[in-house]
Design a protein around this ligand. Structure first.
Ligand code: SF4
Ligand code: SF4
Length: 102
């Protein structure tokens, strides 16, 4: 069976990346990591589609269909059978808000 809800919309165009590392700084889920000439997309499945990386990328190297912040993240977590309180999203926690809403 094809589980379309398990796939997120995050797309990384590494040919555009100028290695500024802003996406690493703003992503609350460690989706990107540092690389030699560009960052690496290392944990795509962790992406909650908050949109912070795409908003902060100066060269549009990241595309993601972000929803409505935490509410959307909660819906997606429920669809995936995950628990928002067990590390799925850290909004409001020690790591701060991933969607910019406190
Ligand atoms: S959309 Fe949010 S969770 Fe996904 S990679 Fe970008 S900053 Fe990280
Ligand atoms: S924010 Fe954009 S340009 Fe900067 S490291 Fe991330 S993908 Fe590359």
């Amino acid at each position: 069976m094809f589980h379309s809800y398990l796939v997120n919309s995050l797309k990384f165009h590494k040919d555009r990346c100028i290695n500024c590392k802003r996406c690493i700084e703003v992503c609350p889920h460690g989706v990107f990591s540092a690389g030699e000439s560009h960052v690496e997309l290392v944990h795509q499945a962790r992406c909650m589609e908050c949109g912070a990386c795409a908003l902060n990328c100066p060269v549009q190297a990241i595309e993601v269909e972000s929803g409505v912040g935490c509410a959307w993240a909660m819906i997606r977590a429920a669809l995936r059978g995950r628990d928002m309180d067990s590390g799925e999203c850290s909004c409001g926690g020690d790591a701060g808000s991933c969607c910019g809403i406190e």
